[in-house]
Design a protein around this ligand. Structure first.
Ligand code: HDE
Length: 713
């Protein structure tokens, strides 16, 4: 018999927050139905009426309780980052970081600190699509022994604005327009670009937002950045400036825009499903925590202000030291209780981590607590299980809506003698938080520092660092975003504004959006690059990628299963796709089950496509527009494509026939061109599988750039 949730002890004896949450989790299997008062309910399908066809009676307490609870089920969605997905995990530091910080969770490599991470989009409503062009949130709550530490990051290292006071403006501008609430989850509209052209400090962020970073392939394959400048403080009280990074071990990879748009319709849950499935299968996403350090004496050594959140600290200039690893290994038991109710706040810090005067950060320190009060309905949101620290809570705060804790005794004030002044202020040696004693003086002014004036040089640095494919994608993104703007003046002003970044870029934008090219090619003389910001230089890994295998009856069983087991060995997933669900039979009478049909999937849901041989299977596939479209679309999206034996015929019948393939020129040897891997007349597919796995690891094959534009998919 279930006795319902029990109050957890506020102690550290368990080291897993997720296990601790089990105390609150309830299973309803094999239980009798009850009201919220625990009374058993005999019928929940008919309301109590005066006669079977008569009116419902007021005394029907079960009806009223059921209905009122339902009527009050919703809470306000987050004003930004409304759509998100949370998972549990743990963090381990590589070596003691005592020289840099006294933060307890960064000292002992044997210790696992539980974490909860919520990934999110920023602009869209809770029910919007995952793959929209947007910044992604990457918020991590560390349940440390010194209390909760929240690292509330994004997947883009800079921000739209320099001062928090402009946050309501930028958010109002980018959200759906207020008169008709259009468009959903998109920056491609007049009010946003009106804000941009009137706010030059957005230039650098816009370059990132229009790059591939804003359409990630997976939450597992994106970086996280603390954006703001914080401080590390060590035991001796020495402080240093720090920026935080998360580096995904699978590398940083993105979708292409056409694919992202189609996914928004075919699978709006694409990213959350990907993360859920990966954790479910035991493929735990891993990220290294990196820090960039600037000594206090070096504060003014740079040609940008280190307190300006529209600037990166180029990694080539200030290297990222990887200090530990986070592993995400558990899905939630209940979305609302955990993901929706989790409350992050950059002000949740622990001794050893402190703030800088970054004016964006200073404003954030107010906003996050404030927003939880309305969103979670009062000041006791820290008692919601997901938000409870693992460290004990003792203070004189009392009462308020939904108070769970029952505080014993009559003392709720300080100083007191009745309780010997307990709870006592903690000395610094006992991890009492003491703010870094930075010396501050100045006149009260509503001003922006002169050192925050340069808005274009790092935007140019970013542009210079892009590969030609990445540059092309940025230009195409401008064509979509600014092309969607109705006001001609705004379009022209976008061209003029980005002429300050790069003249060629501005010219290319102008061509696509029907504006005048800049009168004189602009720019600002920056020629430097930062290779670390280009995704071309990221980790290339085939593990966890998903390959669709196109198949019909009459396939070659040994060939398919050989390739499938090679993929399996390389950590690559396969799924058989066919016209209909059910079983398919090979030439030699063996059977394989279809995973998805064309109605329930599409090439956009895979990283690669493989077409095995078997004359009869290929003949059927060649008659199917869906199969040909599958190949064409994968090619257009620059994905690896492989075919063995007669499978090559399907590729040759598709729109990619221009690519050099085995059999195309009566060649039988293995041929790899532009990520299309083909071989004929083989029974041993080992070499093919290896070569194809390498092609999948490349993620995308941009050498197709020109050819893919010819594909009608
Ligand atoms: Fe946030 N931000 N933000 N933000 N932010 C919120 O807090 C805010 C900024 C970030 O998964 C809100 O609980 C201001 C930068 C993430 O629950 C709110 C400013 C970065 C999340 C808020 C910023 C972020 C939020 C809305 C400018 C990257 C989702 C709901 C001064 C470092 C956390 C909430 C989650 C959420 C305010 C700018 C990251 C309103 C005022 C820069 C990942 O408090």
């Amino acid at each position: 018999m279930n006795t319902g949730p029990q109050q957890p002890q506020n102690t550290m004896e368990q080291n897993s927050k997720n296990e601790k949450l089990d105390l609150h989790r309830v299973d309803h299997n094999n239980e009798l139905l009850t009201t919220n008062q625990g009374g058993r309910v005999s019928n929940t399908d008919d309301s109590l009426k005066a006669g079977a066809r008569g009116p419902t009676l007021m005394e029907d307490f079960h009806f009223r309780e059921k209905m009122t609870h339902f009527d009050h089920e919703r809470i306000p969605e987050r004003v930004v980052h409304a759509r998100g997905f949370g998972v549990h995990g743990y963090f381990q530091v590589y070596e003691p970081m005592a020289e840099l910080t006294k933060a307890k969770f960064l000292q002992d490599p044997t210790k696992k600190t539980p974490v909860f991470v919520r990934f999110s989009t920023v602009v869209g409503s809770k029910g919007s699509a995952d793959t929209v062009r947007d910044v992604r949130g990457f918020a991590t709550k560390f349940y440390t022994e010194d209390g909760n530490y929240d690292l509330v990051s994004n997947n883009i290292p800079v921000f739209f604005i320099q001062d928090a006071i402009k946050f309501p403006d930028v958010v109002h501008a980018i959200k759906p327009e207020p008169h008709n609430e259009i468009p959903q989850a998109s920056a491609a509209h007049d009010t946003f670009w009106d804000f941009v052209v009137n706010t030059p400090e957005t230039a650098h962020m816009i370059m990132w937002l229009l790059s591939d970073r804003a359409i990630p392939r997976s939450f597992r394959m994106m970086e996280g950045f603390g954006v703001n400048t914080f401080r590390f403080v060590n035991e001796q009280g020495k402080a240093r400036f720090v920026k935080f990074h998360w580096k995904p071990l699978l590398g940083v990879h993105s979708l292409v825009w056409d694919e992202a748009q189609k996914l928004a319709g075919k699978d709006p849950d694409y990213h959350r499903r990907d993360l859920w499935d990966a954790i479910d299968m035991g493929e735990y996403p891993e990220y290294e925590l990196g820090v960039q350090i600037v000594e206090e004496e070096e504060e003014f050594n740079f040609d940008f202000d280190i307190l300006d959140a529209t600037k990166i600290w180029p990694e080539e200039m200030i290297p990222v030291k990887r200090i530990g690893k986070m592993t995400l290994d558990n899905n939630v038991a209940n979305f609302f209780a955990e993901t929706e109710q989790v409350a992050f706040h950059p002000g949740h810090v622990v001794p050893g981590i402190d703030f800088s005067n970054d004016p964006l950060l200073q404003g954030r320190l107010f906003s996050y607590l404030d927003t939880q009060l309305i969103r979670l309905g009062g000041p006791n949101f820290h008692e919601i299980p997901i938000n409870r620290p693992m460290a004990p809570i003792h203070n004189n705060q009392r009462d308020g809506y939904h108070r769970m804790t029952i505080d014993r005794g009559r003392v709720s004030y300080s100083p007191n003698s009745l309780q010997n002044d307990a709870p006592h202020p903690a000395p610094e040696a006992d991890h009492g938080y003491v703010h870094h004693a930075e010396k501050v003086e100045g006149q009260k002014v509503r001003e922006r520092s002169e050192s925050f004036r340069d808005h274009y040089r790092q935007a140019t640095l970013f542009w210079n660092s892009m590969s030609s494919a990445e540059k092309q994608h940025i230009i195409e993104a401008f064509h979509f975003e600014v092309g969607s703007v109705m006001d001609k003046q705004i379009k022209q002003r976008v061209v003029n504004m980005f002429n300050n970044v790069d003249g060629q870029l501005a010219t290319q934008i102008a061509v696509g959006v029907g504006a005048d090219s800049p009168a004189a090619l602009g720019g600002n003389g920056v020629t430097a690059t930062s290779p670390a910001v280009s995704q071309e230089n990221t980790v290339k890994d085939a593990r966890t990628r998903k390959v669709a295998i196109l198949l019909e009856n009459g396939f070659n069983y040994p060939e398919v299963t050989q390739v499938m087991s090679a993929f399996n060995g390389a950590g690559v997933h396969t799924e058989i796709v066919s016209k209909n669900l059910g079983m398919l039979t090979s030439v030699d009478g063996q059977q394989l089950e279809v995973g998805k049909n064309y109605a329930t999937t599409a090439s956009i849901k895979y990283d690669a496509v493989y077409v095995p041989g078997g004359p009869q299977s290929i003949n059927s596939l060649m008659m199917q527009g869906d199969a040909l479209h599958f190949v064409n679309e994968a090619f257009k999206h620059a994905k690896a494509i492989g075919a063995t034996n007669e499978g090559v015929d399907l590729l040759m019948a598709s729109a990619i026939q221009g690519v050099n393939m085995a059999g195309g020129n009566t060649q039988d040897q293995l041929i790899t061109e532009m990520g299309v891997v083909t071989v004929r007349n083989v029974t041993d597919t080992n070499q093919f599988s290896q070569e194809f796995t390498n092609a999948i690891a490349q993620h995308r094959h941009w050498s197709r750039q020109n050819k893919k534009q010819m594909i009608p998919a």
